[in-house]
Design a protein around this ligand. Structure first.
Ligand code: SF4
Length: 191
């Protein structure tokens, strides 16, 4: 997969459109991304954010790069992920949760019904009226937490829990320059 490039009508490099989302994640990857600190000012010379917690845009438009934090734990996660895949030329799995399910996937060792009973009904100290939430507004839980590549094609993977700010910086610079991202040993880590 070649990295995205863009040129506007004046033959000036157009800003790349970037969308980000946290699915079943803790926002730690987004916080690490923001840790590039003052380099954000340089970054926004070259990119424009579309849907993202940083913009509060709720529906994704056509984008060059989609950054996905978190895996899939419910039906809404799957819907959002499919929308990102449909709109983004390049889709990147950011962090352990997107790549392999991460900490939320610890629940995969247990039966989902048993877990819900334990949390909402059987645990000592709960109110006698406590029940498993079933409001139709709530997205249905998946039986198991899954990585995003189980549902859509993923172009690149940026590991770490979270990836460091420097890893984000180098990764995005490679993508913006049209290069295949290459972090090297110093920035590649899985913890
Ligand atoms: Fe949070 Fe780590 Fe998952 Fe990123 S990979 S969302 S930091 S738990």
């Amino acid at each position: 997969m070649s990295a995205p490039t863009n040129v506007d009508v004046d033959h000036q490099p157009a800003k790349l459109k970037v969308a980000t989302v946290s699915l079943a994640g803790c926002f730690g990857c987004h916080m690490s991304f923001l840790d590039i600190d003052e380099r954000l000012l340089e970054l926004i010379e070259h990119i424009e954010f579309d849907r993202s917690p940083l913009t509060d845009i709720k529906e994704i438009g056509q984008c060059d790069i989609g950054l996905i934090e978190g895996g899939l734990c419910n039906a809404e996660n799957v819907r959002v992920l499919r929308a990102f895949r449909a709109q983004c030329k390049t889709l990147v799995a950011i962090g352990a949760c997107a790549i392999n399910g991460g900490l939320p996937a610890e629940r995969n060792r247990f039966d989902l019904g048993d877990l819900l009973n334990e949390v909402y009904q059987d645990r000592p100290g709960l109110s006698k009226t406590s029940t498993i939430p079933n409001d139709p507004e709530l997205p249905l839980l998946l039986r198991q937490v899954r990585p995003i590549h189980a549902v859509v094609h993923v172009d690149y993977f940026l590991p770490g829990c979270p990836p460091s700010a420097d890893a984000f910086w180098h990764f995005l610079n490679d993508l913006m320059a049209g290069r295949t991202p290459h972090l090297g040993h110093a920035l590649m880590h899985y913890d």
